[in-house]
Design a binder for this molecule. Sequence first.
Ligand SMILES: NC(=O)c1ccc[n+]([C@@H]2O[C@H](COP(=O)([O-])OP(=O)(O)OC[C@H]3O[C@@H](n4cnc5c(N)ncnc54)[C@H](OP(=O)(O)O)[C@@H]3O)[C@@H](O)[C@H]2O)c1
Length: 317
Amino acid sequence: MSTITLKRTGAKMPAVGFGLWKVPRPQCADTVYNALKAGYRLLDGAGDYGNEKEAGEGLARAIKDGIVTREEVFITSKLWNTYHKKERAHELVKYQLKLWGIEYFDLYLIHFPISLEDVDIDAKYPPEWWGLDGKVHPTKVPIRETWEAMEEICELGLAKNIGVSNFQGSLLIDVLRYARIEPQVNQVELHPYLAQKKLVALCKELGIAMTAYSSLGPQSYLELGAHHGVPGLLAHDVVTSIAKATEKSPAQVLLRWTVQQGIAVIPKSNNHDRLLSNLQITSFELTPEQMAQLDELDINLRLNDPQDIHPGLGIFA
Ligand SMILES: NC(=O)c1ccc[n+]([C@@H]2O[C@H](COP(=O)([O-])OP(=O)(O)OC[C@H]3O[C@@H](n4cnc5c(N)ncnc54)[C@H](OP(=O)(O)O)[C@@H]3O)[C@@H](O)[C@H]2O)c1
C-alpha cells in the first residue's frame, strides 16, 4: 500500500482510502467490513455523513474477525461547522469517538472554515447546514479559536494528527502564523476539472499533505442533482482514450492522475466491484503526456460550494 508521510508525526497516511459520504446507514457496516477485507486501510468519515456508528460497527467486526487491528487502520473524521467553539469541539470529538467505538482518530479535520450557530446533539445529529428552523445561521467563531481547540484535542490524544478541509491559501497561511501544532493535511475537492495547481504548490511549500475528494468529478453530484450540467469526466474523450491505452477504467485513470501528483484519494462506492477496482491504482503509471492531457481539462469547476446553500458562505469567493 503506498502512503504519504505526514510531516509532524511521520504517520503514514494511505494514498488510497475509502470515503464514507453517501454510504447509506443500513449498508454502511457491511460496506466498511468489505472495504477492509478488500485491503482498504483508510476510512474517511465525518459527523456530517450520519453513519459513524455503523462505520464503527463494520470496523469492530473486521477487528474481531482478525482482518485488521485498530493500529493498521487510519481513521479520519471531521469537526462540523456547528461545533467551532472550543468547548463544543471537545464535546463533539468525544461524541464521535463514542459513536465509532474507538479511543482516537488518526486524523481529525476542520470540515469547513465556516461556523454556524450551535444545534444541540440531542436535538439533531448530524445537524447539517440548517438550524432547527430550517434556516442557515452563520456565526462568528474565529478559526483561531477552533484551531486551538483542535490542538488541545491532539494533545489529549483524541486525534493523532489534525488538519483542515476546504481551506484556501490565505487561511492556511494565517493558521500557520499562530499554530503551535501545524495542520498536517488539507482535504479539498480536486479532479481534472478543478486541478487547484496553485493550492497544490502552496501546500507542498508549506509541508501540508493533501487529500483529494470527489476525484471522479461530477459523478458524485449526479445523485444530488448538483453536477452543474457539465459532461461527466468518466465518459470524457481524453479520459476514455487514456483508459483504453492503459487498459484501465476511466475511474482508475482519474484516481491515478491524482495519486501520481502525491495527493491521496478517498473514492466512495456502494458497489463492491467498483470499490475493489478503485483500490487498484498504485501499480501502473501514466506517462508525462497523459498527465499533461488530463491537466488540460481544468476549467476551475467547483461542485461543492457552500455558497450554493447560503450567499454568506462564500469561502471560495
Ligand atoms: N471534506 C469535504 O468537504 C468532503 C466533501 C465531499 C466528499 N468528501 C469525502 O470524499 C469522499 C469521495 O468523494 P465523493 O464521494 O464526493 O466522490 P467520488 O468518490 O469521486 O465519487 C463517488 C461517485 O462515483 C461513483 N463511483 C465510484 N467509483 C466508481 C467507478 N469505479 N466507476 C464509476 N463510478 C464510480 C459512485 O457511485 P457508486 O457508489 O454507485 O459506485 C458515486 O456516485 C467522500 O465519500 C467523503 O469521504 C469530503
